[in-house]
Structure formats: C-alpha cells, structure tokens
Design a protein around this ligand. Structure first.
Ligand code: SF4
Length: 264
C-alpha cells in the first residue's frame, strides 16, 4: 500500500528522517560508511570534485528544461564560481579538464540530444511516498519526466567516466525506486554523459515491472530494519580507496581530524 505526496518545496533532507535510494545505496555499499555519514554526521572538509561536477551538470540540465537557458552557459557560470573552492580531484582530473568536458558535453547535448525530448511534464520533482512496509517516508527526486519516442518517459541523467553496460541499466535500483513514484511512465531512459575528452552521450531504454518494484521494496525493508537495529559493519573493498572515511577505518586519528568535519 502506498500514498504519494508531491512536494514543490525542497525537502530539508538533513532535518527530516526519511529513506531514499541514495541512503539505502550507501548502506548497501558499506554499512559503516552509512553510520559515519548519517549517524556520526561526518563530512569531508574538501568535497569530491567528481560529485560536485555531477551536481553542477544536473543543475544546468534542470535549468535548461525549466527555463530553456543554454545548459553550457549555466554550467560555465557555476563551475567558474568554484575556481577558488578547494576540491578533491582524482589523478586524471583537474578543474580545467572538467570545465572543458562539461562544456563539450552540454553543447553536444543541446545540439544532438535535446531535440529528441518533447513535452516536459516535470523537472527535478520531489516525491515523498508513504509505503506500508517502511516506517519512514521514501523520498525520490526525479530528474525529468518528458515525452520521448512518443511515450511518457522517466529520464535519469548520469555523468560517468565510462558508459553503462546494458545489464547495469536493467538492474539499476535507482530507476526502480523512481518507478515507485511515477508508476504511469511508459518507459525509462538513462542518459549517460561520458566524461571523455571527446564528448560522448549514450541513451539506454529500460523499464520496470510491478514485480521489480516489489522486490526493491523488500530490499528496502530489509535495509531499513538493519538500520533501525543499528547493524553496522565495515564492508571492505576497492571502494574504500575513494571513501572519505578511510582514515577512520585505518585508525589514523590525525588524518581523520585533518580531513573530516562533523556537521551540526
Ligand atoms: S573505508 Fe571502506 S570500510 Fe571504511 S567506511 Fe569507507 S567503505 Fe566502509
């Protein structure tokens, strides 16, 4: 059983207890990472440049679909404003490199991809769902619902270092979670903006059945129950290399103190 509330105002995500795809995903990646982030409220002092880049790209696309503002222009304004802000770049990235990639991708998007999208029904709409098997509301922010291929389509934008494999798209929990909020869409399209030197944009079409959604809700219930029971443990893997909490897990108190901050 499910009831949906459609919010126009942004949810105060830090203040309102809720579940979301990203919260569940953080727990599934590593329960200790979830604990340090959401319960201890630790944050990296210097933000990950890739994540900031993804947010700036999303904002530029949202402004385009809301107000038809050239997305490359919005991106350059916002990215240039970050020039003086300290960000954590990977070895292959730099501020200038990401600036060029973002501009190239959004110019290509406007020229080649935007014409494929017809009537826009919603942009970055926030849904708060009451689901009977979950004690907390389930919140989703859906990038875009618009007409594509003559169908009402849920569109998810991704910025990534490489294109997604078909199986990744077909199993992506994120769009299954969004189908909960938008059960009437006729298809789902994942648009991958690939961060290569020559701009590359790939579309993947997929869909979710009611059984897929039920299976996801069962997983969400299991994770929510484990969080309620304070079941937290370190799930070690290659992802630890990118994790801001690595100094905590390694017991390096000095580095943890120098790189992390506790938010209010
Ligand atoms: S470093 Fe690894 S084990 Fe520790 S919180 Fe991060 S992902 Fe989990």
């Amino acid at each position: 059983m499910m009831a949906a509330t459609d919010r126009n105002k942004p949810l105060n995500a830090e203040a309102t207890p809720h579940l979301s795809y990203s919260r569940l995903q953080k727990y599934l990646t590593c329960p200790e990472q979830y604990r340090l982030y959401y319960i201890e409220k630790l944050r990296a002092m210097v933000e990950n440049a890739s994540l900031v880049f993804g947010s700036v790209m999303h904002l530029a696309l949202a402004e385009y679909f809301r107000r038809q503002i050239d997305p490359a222009r919005t991106f350059l304004q916002d990215w240039d404003a970050l020039n003086d802000v300290q960000l954590r770049f990977s070895q292959k990235e730099s501020w200038q490199k990401l600036r060029d990639i973002g501009q190239g991708l959004l110019e290509k998007f406007l020229r080649d991809e935007a014409p494929k999208i017809g009537q826009v029904f919603s942009v970055e709409r926030i849904f708060e769902l009451g689901v009977s098997n979950l004690n907390l509301p389930f919140v989703s922010v859906i990038d875009l619902v618009a007409e594509m291929d003559g169908k009402r389509t849920l569109i998810e934008f991704k910025t990534a270092a490489s294109d997604f494999e078909d199986y990744e798209v077909d199993l992506l929990d994120q769009v299954t979670a969004y189908k909960l909020a938008e059960p009437d869409v006729q298809q789902i399209a994942v648009c991958v903006l690939v961060k290569t030197k020559a701009p590359k944009i790939r579309w993947h079409r997929t869909d979710r059945t009611p059984d897929d959604v039920v299976e996801y809700l069962e997983k969400a219930e299991t994770v929510a129950h484990q969080i309620e029971q304070s079941v937290f443990y370190k799930r070690i893997g290659k992802w630890c290399r990118q994790c801001e909490f690595l100094p905590v897990c390694l017991g390096d108190k000095g580095k943890a103190r120098d790189t992390l901050v506790r938010i209010a």
